[in-house]
Design a binder for this molecule. Structure first.
Ligand code: HEC
Length: 150
């Protein structure tokens, strides 16, 4: 028994030793791979910040695109704003796809639903809290949400 205990312990130590060894061998390679050059030339800093600078440019580009892309469609608005509550049912929101919860609301008609989403209702703030959305964007999101819940 004591022997067995001993051997399972040494297997554990062996495993740890192998893991440490692997890390020591592999980590320097991955670091080398991600840093383009370690030599001390003047261009070095430039090369090293390149990935970050590119990323920031990309972000700025994305923001521009978002600002100039015109109205967002229903699924986009839903995913970025409404889903926070309607995906999980947070704050008592009727969940997307929960037909039983939506049927009585749908029965009130599209205009009533648009109105609720635009002006707010109960725990739902106006436009789901995204005041920058246009009425049409909110309506498109309602159409999408309701369409998935019929
Ligand atoms: C902060 C959570 C929250 C967000 C974000 C949210 N809702 Fe709601 N929503 C609710 C809750 C809670 C209700 C139920 C309100 C009630 O009946 O008292 C509701 C109800 C609704 C209804 C039914 C209204 C009615 O008259 O019965 C619609 C339609 C709706 N939401 C659409 C949207 C749309 C579209 C968005 C995104 C632009 C959105 N919601 C974002 C919480 C939210």
């Amino acid at each position: 028994m004591a022997d067995q205990k001993h051997s399972s312990k040494s297997i554990m130590y062996m495993t740890i030793a192998v893991a440490v060894l692997l890390m020591v061998v592999i980590v320097p390679f991955t670091i080398k791979g991600s840093a383009p050059s370690m030599a001390g030339s003047a261009d070095d800093a430039e090369v090293r910040i390149q990935p970050v600078a590119k990323f920031e440019l990309k972000l700025a580009g994305a923001a521009d695109a978002a600002a100039s892309a015109g109205p967002k469609d229903g699924p986009t608005v839903y995913a970025s704003v409404c889903g926070a509550c309607h995906e999980s049912g947070a704050a008592g929101a009727p969940k997307k796809g929960d037909k039983a919860a939506w049927a009585p609301r749908i029965a009130t008609g599209n205009n009533a639903l648009y109105q609720s989403a635009i002006a707010g209702k109960g725990a739902m703030p106006p436009k789901g809290g995204a005041a920058n959305l246009s009425d049409d964007e909110v309506k498109a999101a309602v159409d999408y949400l309701v369409g998935k819940s019929k």
